[in-house]
Design a protein around this ligand. Sequence first.
Ligand code: R5P
Length: 297
Amino acid sequence: MRVEKEAVFAFPEAKRPGKALAEALGVPFHPVNLHHFPDGESLVRVPGAARRAHLYRTLDHPNPKLFEVVLALSALRDNGAKHITLVAPYLPYMRQDKVFRPGQALSQRVLGRLLLPWVDAVVAADPHLHRTASMETVFPGRRSAAVSGGKALARHFKENGIDKASYVLGPDEEAHHYARPFAESLGLKWGCAEKKRRGDREVEVTLPDNADVKGRPVLIVDDIASSGMTVVEAARAAKKAGAKKVSAAVSHALHDEAAAEKIKKAGVASLISCDGVPHPSNAVSLAPELAAAIRGL
Ligand code: R5P
């Protein structure tokens, strides 16, 4: 097998964003072949080789995908890779960043230890780094970068326009680091709500007293929509407070069709997302940010 200097490799479901990344980097692209045996085992084949290899696979629905990623990383190394970057726009198991109840696994640390032997670098988009200082904590001794989906979304609104009266709403306290730079880069008013989570699909969102949303378009921004209930409750609160129109923009859309319907019913006129996780709401390519992060490693 001819060993190229540098290339991007991507799993079948990520051909489009994988190719976009290869184009942004100006390097060849190779699809990874994947076969599932009737008993559920996976056969991974990487039909290409590069000294500097970037493996693209987003890790939503992580349980079946993770082991296949390890198989591909192993094959890349066997094919002659000297430096491997795992490009996982959605990096899973980052929210379990501490033991919340005795007996739970510290999932974030387990994920790091699982991938550490196989990778030289990791690039993700908005990994959940709320209590963890940096990616370096999860992947000690490896180069890493966290790109901002918020930046990509702001680029989208700069190019496509946004009503200057819009109020940017982060749906919880943790969204400060996301909503603020997003809003400031667009010159918009912003604020963050308070959120109480009572269960996987039960959240309560309360707007801050000084939220200036009455008569304005409100744009809810967040790193993830998972069950979608955070967006639903933030939209309801904004509507109750007199918002003229509510829309939403998230880095990673993980929610299913039923959740999308609930979001619509809550009065959200449109929800857009970055293409790190394939989803009908994808509107913004992360390729420029991912390529810049890889070049900056
Ligand atoms: C929480 O820290 C995250 O930023 C999101 O707000 C949360 O994960 C969204 O979850 P869901 O869509 O299930 O409410």
